[in-house]
Ligand binder design. Structure first.
Ligand SMILES: *[C@@H]1O[C@H](CO)[C@@H](O)[C@H](O)[C@H]1NC(C)=O
Ligand SMILES: *[C@@H]1O[C@H](CO)[C@@H](O)[C@H](O)[C@H]1NC(C)=O
Ligand SMILES: *[C@@H]1O[C@H](CO)[C@@H](O)[C@H](O)[C@H]1NC(C)=O
Ligand SMILES: *[C@@H]1O[C@H](CO)[C@@H](O)[C@H](O)[C@H]1NC(C)=O
Ligand SMILES: *[C@@H]1O[C@H](CO)[C@@H](O)[C@H](O)[C@H]1NC(C)=O
Length: 396
């Protein structure tokens, strides 16, 4: 506990005294001493004793005059915000691996890895000017996304595995870039990509609805979904809506049939890392690229088995007209509207398929039984005739 007995220090740092009214106010981080005779003095609050969770489980709290800061061990970081919790930060995920990552994204990934290692080092104290800012990293990510989309476009045949690699890189990039952004809302738009990121840095987890909009899509969710488990709240929360203008017309690797998208594809990314099964549905309103009366299907990019495919699992269509469709999904990733209903992995569709198979098999079995029975009956009859004929022959 630090007692600042110097009147100058108190006036300078902490104390505001309204002359005449004898009202004493203390700046953040200071409190009044017990003895009233020392009213001009003030005492530093030891935030580290008051709240042991300020720095997270692994961070160590260091009290300072009127303030505090968190020191993080190696492998943990508070992204240069000295008063937030230390969170585990895995820099290996930014490793470029031949065949696993797209070469176009390699320079971005190595930049992210360097930033990650600097943020993770225990000697880092406060924001460092040597690192690229969140805005610079975001611009690079968006530019690289443009380049990949152009490459996929000129390829003619768009490979599913390339899309999967792009989407995975984007997902992990936001884990590092979003906490480094300084604005509450950041927007970047290029010829092929549009991104909006909302960041909150409240002391307690934010609550209530949150909505992000871009040219063709609107995302409606809640901060509860964005944050996830309140026990793991790290002192910040972010939600990203990224829209690709040129991921339509993606070719399915297996069938070589063009899968026509009726909307832009969008990636939704949040600070909550457990998004495979959300307790609350997220809603996406898609503006159709062309007004159309074809039935759309709500899909997401599934890369769990194989190179990647649009799948309808976990997504339902809420309402649709000729220009807009609202989809509701119970997990996060990259979403779009697909023309027609040829979707793999949709539970409802496989049910329809199985019913069809069962009906067909039943029909085949029934017709087999009928044929065999008819043959049996006709053979019996012919046999009877032959007997009669023989009898007649014997008589003659
Ligand atoms: C991103 O691309 C735009 C347009 O091609 C260019 O002006 C800008 O400098 C690029 N930004 C970075 C950080 O490379
Ligand atoms: C950012 O959001 C915080 C609350 O989360 C608010 O207090 C602050 O004024 C906002 N800043 C700007 C520039 O809107
Ligand atoms: C973006 O599109 C406009 C118009 O189609 C074009 O003139 C411009 O060169 C494009 N910019 C980039 C960076 O591709
Ligand atoms: C999403 O839509 C469903 C059904 O219309 C609704 O019950 C739910 O509250 C919506 N969720 C959000 C976050 O808006
Ligand atoms: C998908 O396409 C790529 C490029 O044409 C090919 O190398 C790969 O083997 C294909 N994968 C499948 C599962 O067909």
């Amino acid at each position: 506990m630090h007692v600042c007995s110097s009147t100058f220090l108190c006036l300078h740092l902490a104390l505001l005294k309204d002359q005449g009214a004898r009202v004493t106010r203390y700046a953040n981080g200071f409190t009044q001493p017990n003895s009233k005779s020392e009213f001009l003095n003030c005492i530093d609050i030891n935030e580290c004793v008051e709240n042991q969770h300020f720095c997270g489980e692994r961070g160590s709290c260091v009290n300072q005059l009127g303030s505090y800061l968190c020191k993080c061990p190696t492998g943990f970081s508070n992204y240069g915000n000295r008063q937030t919790q230390c969170a585990e930060l895995n820099c290996d995920q930014y490793e470029t691996q031949p065949g696993q990552t797209l070469p176009v994204l390699d320079s971005l990934l190595s930049l992210l890895k360097n930033s990650c290692l600097v943020l993770n080092s225990p000697t880092l104290s406060g924001p460092t000017r040597l690192l690229p800012t969140g805005d610079v990293l975001l611009t690079l990510l968006v530019n690289a996304t443009d380049v990949v989309q152009l490459g996929l476009q000129s390829n003619g045949h768009r490979s599913s595995s390339e899309v999967t690699k792009l989407l995975r890189t984007i997902e992990i990039s936001f884990r590092l870039i979003a906490p480094l952004l300084t604005e509450n809302v950041t927007r970047i738009e290029t010829n092929h990509t549009e991104v909006e990121i909302m960041v909150r840095r409240d002391k307690t987890p934010p609550k209530g609805p949150v909505s992000l909009t871009n040219e063709n899509t609107q995302l409606d969710t809640t901060w509860e979904t964005v944050v996830g488990d309140y026990q793991n709240y790290l002192g910040f929360a972010y939600v990203v809506l990224l829209s690709y203008r040129n991921l339509d017309n993606l070719k399915d690797n297996t069938s070589h049939q063009s899968q026509q998208l009726m909307s832009s594809a969008v990636t939704v990314s949040v600070s909550n890392s457990n998004t495979k099964k959300l307790p609350q549905q997220v809603n996406l309103t898609f503006h159709h690229l062309q007004s159309s009366d074809v039935d759309p299907t709500c899909v997401y990019w599934s890369d769990e088995n194989g190179p990647g495919v649009w799948s309808g699992r976990g997504c339902t269509l809420v309402i649709s007209n000729s220009t807009h469709t609202v989809c509701s999904c119970n997990h996060l990733s990259t979403f779009a509207l697909l023309k027609g209903i040829q979707v793999k992995g949709s539970g409802q569709l496989s049910l329809v398929m199985w019913v069809g198979v069962i009906v067909a098999v039943t029909c085949v079995v029934l017709s087999l039984i009928t044929t065999l029975w008819c043959r049996f009956v006709s053979r019996k009859r012919r046999g009877g005739h032959r007997l009669q004929q023989e009898v007649q022959l014997h008589r003659k």
